[in-house]
Design a protein around this ligand. Structure first.
Ligand SMILES: [Mn+2]
Length: 311
């Protein structure tokens, strides 16, 4: 398979600095060589050009931070995501999670052009489903999923959305920090939500399997957005928004292995890695290992699968 690496070193959407170094850390942890060793053709497209901030616009929510900057990043990333997804599986290296406003809207436009429905798997402690009106922190890494799924209130502030993702085709897994406004909005929009309690009660595999079955049934494309804080902070400390009680090492790898087996993944975000907070690169290394699992690394061959390795 052809993989296309795209760096999106955005940090203005997070509450603290450091995510700008994320793409470098993921490359340093060996992402390109790991993918090449798995037999993939890897193209590194370098770094999305930081667009000039759009003229400041006044918004009623005075808490909003870096709105012109994030809006400009979103436009630039969406354009690159659309181009990069033409004939390859793009892997977007964040950068804080605000990059997904651009990556998801870009690949959604690509999916529409292909006449295929886009599904989104959101692996995160947070749903990032705030609108510009409901966020109280004002950190715009809390809004990308609301934007990309066409929720109200972004028009005139963020780039016009060429193609909204149907909220009914979004599945968020790993949630354990959800604000009341988000809880209401997720329910109203019809997003499938599996919080950590659901994982505890049912196990992560059946929850994911049910979603993947829907993607397959509708012949969909699947974008996976992996936030470092999906993982438990004890194994992935390099993130500015740690929440205890996250996915374990094996739960995370199992998700990636199931995604690999499904052959459905068409694009991937690796976001919120803050190397300034890491311990000797262990979080960056784990993110690369998880990517390897998603892209076909396996412990043992599964001989019953006829299409293994042809993701
Ligand atoms: Mn996030």
């Amino acid at each position: 398979m052809r993989c296309r690496i795209v760096g999106a070193p955005v940090q203005d959407g997070a509450g603290r600095m450091g995510c700008e170094m994320g793409p470098s850390a993921l490359r340093t942890a060996g992402l390109v060589s790991v993918l090449a060793e798995l037999g993939h053709e890897v193209e590194d497209w370098g770094t999305v050009e930081k667009a000039a901030a759009r003229p400041a616009v006044v918004h009623g929510n005075l808490a909003l931070k870096a709105l012109p900057e994030i809006s400009a990043w979103t436009a630039a990333i969406a354009e690159t995501a659309y181009a990069a997804s033409r004939d390859a599986v793009p892997i977007f290296l964040g950068g804080d999670h605000s990059i997904s406003a651009g990556t998801v809207s870009g690949v959604a436009r690509r999916a529409a052009k292909r006449g295929r429905p886009l599904f989104v798997l959101w692996l995160d402690a947070h749903p990032d489903f705030h609108t510009l009106d409901t966020t109280t922190s004002g950190n715009l890494h809390g809004v990308p999923l609301a934007y990309a799924s066409g929720q109200a209130g972004f028009k005139g502030y963020f780039p016009d959305l060429p193609q909204a993702v149907d909220p009914a085709r979004i599945c968020a897994i790993g949630l354990r920090s959800v604000d009341p406004a988000e809880r209401r909005a997720l329910a109203e929009a019809g997003v499938t939500v599996h919080d950590m309690r659901a994982i505890d009660e049912h196990g992560i595999a059946p929850l994911l399997r049910a979603f993947l079955a829907r993607v397959e049934q509708e012949n969909g494309l699947l974008h996976v957005s992996l936030d470092v804080d999906f993982l438990d902070p004890s194994i992935a400390p390099a993130v500015g928004t740690t929440v205890p009680g996250g996915a374990t090492f094996r739960e995370a790898h199992l998700v990636m292995e199931m995604l690999s087996d499904s052959c459905l993944v068409s694009s991937l975000d690796l976001v919120e890695l803050n190397p300034f907070l890491d311990e000797r690169g262990r979080t960056a290394t784990l993110m690369v290992d998880l990517t390897a699992s998603l892209m076909g690394r396996r412990i043992m061959d599964r001989p019953t699968r006829s299409h293994s390795g042809s993701l």
